[in-house]
Design a protein around this ligand. Structure first.
Ligand code: 3HC
Length: 285
């Protein structure tokens, strides 16, 4: 199972980060989204991230050009026919992922591996929308992808060891450390992380401390690189809410119930950094 060409479906912050790291590691990459504008926005984000690296002399201008040259735009899934591995990083909605995986199953060669970057949807359920559940796996990258070392590898019920091995090798080739786990709601990472973020939101809701105070306590007291409320804004409050709802439904345990403040913010369209406002303000004055 040699991986040479990769398609990333979804050119948002996660998808573009995955495409960047794959291209930086020498893979041929197709970056797909539903419109030219969305793909271009993803490419602009990659270019900005690479500029940061050039400025810090981590890569040369030529290397930056090489990375961008290895990424081709794709506004349909047709180019998946040329790919050995597809990493889906579309929105966290089962109906959207089901459609994408059905189409990928028809478009890609039988040997191709279909991976999802889902943050909490069951891999086994996604795999059931294809005729090749043994080749479906979770490849859960962390945000921001160029910086974070982990790729959580989630084996569905039918995933074969050969597929897991091929995907782990690819993650390593991308400079990441793969760590395997079983397909349970929230996997390992988000089952732990989301409880912490939600608890920080409850503290804010109850007026235990200010947002800055809660974040400072966790940064200075636990050596976390950023506080839980700033991290919730970075991940996206809509994503945090969606994952908590999946945990609540999956385990039926009230400890996962989302804080009402989180729901209000999402209803208001205050989604965090990506929308310019969340728990904190990100508008440029
Ligand atoms: N592209 C390229 N490089 C980037 C980058 C990007 N998008 N973002 C940050 N960097 C680099 C910077 O250039 C800098 O490089 P240097 O060390 O060589 O100077 C380094 O990362 C640190 O960045 P900054 O100096 O700008 O800022 P910080 O030191 O505050 O670090 C952070 C920023 C890396 C985001 C850090 O605060 C952090 O690690 N936060 C925690 C992130 C985290 O927990 N992520 C996981 C979220 S959960 C998840 O993704 C799962 C999902 O399913 C919800």
């Amino acid at each position: 199972m040699e991986i040479k060409t990769i398609m990333v479906v979804g050119a948002g912050q996660m998808g573009s980060g995955i495409a960047q790291m794959a291209a930086k590691s020498g893979y041929s990459v197709y970056l797909n989204d539903i419109s030219r504008e969305l793909v271009d926005k993803g490419l602009a984000g990659i270019s900005a991230s690479l500029d940061r690296m050039v400025k810090k002399e981590k890569i040369s201008k030529d290397e930056k050009a090489g990375v961008l040259d290895r990424i081709q735009s794709a506004v349909t899934l047709d180019s998946a026919a040329q790919c050995d591995l597809i990493v889906e990083a579309a929105v966290e909605k089962m109906e959207v992922k089901a459609e994408i995986f059905k189409k990928l199953d028809q478009t890609t060669p039988a040997k191709a591996i279909l991976a999802s970057n889902t943050s909490s949807l069951p891999i086994t359920a996604i795999a059931a929308h294809t005729g090749r559940p043994e080749k479906v796996i979770g490849m859960h990258f962390m945000n921001p992808v160029p910086v974070m070392n982990l790729v959580e590898i989630i084996n569905g019920l039918a995933t074969t060891p050969e597929v897991t091995e091929a995907v782990c090798k690819t993650a390593e080739a991308m400079g990441k450390t793969p760590v395997e786990c079983r397909d349970v709601p929230g996997f390992v990472s988000n089952r732990v992380l989301m409880v912490m973020l939600n608890e920080a939101l409850w503290e804010l809701y109850e007026g235990v401390a200010t947002a800055e105070g809660i974040d400072q306590i966790m940064k200075l007291g636990m050596n976390h690189p950023m506080g839980p409320l700033a991290l919730a804004d970075l991940i996206g409050l809509d994503t945090v809410l969606a994952i908590l709802q999946i945990l609540q439904e999956g385990y039926g345990d009230p400890k996962y119930r989302p804080c009402p403040l989180l729901k209000s913010y999402v209803n208001a369209g205050w989604l965090g950094k990506k929308s310019g406002k969340g728990i904190y303000n990100y508008y440029r004055s």
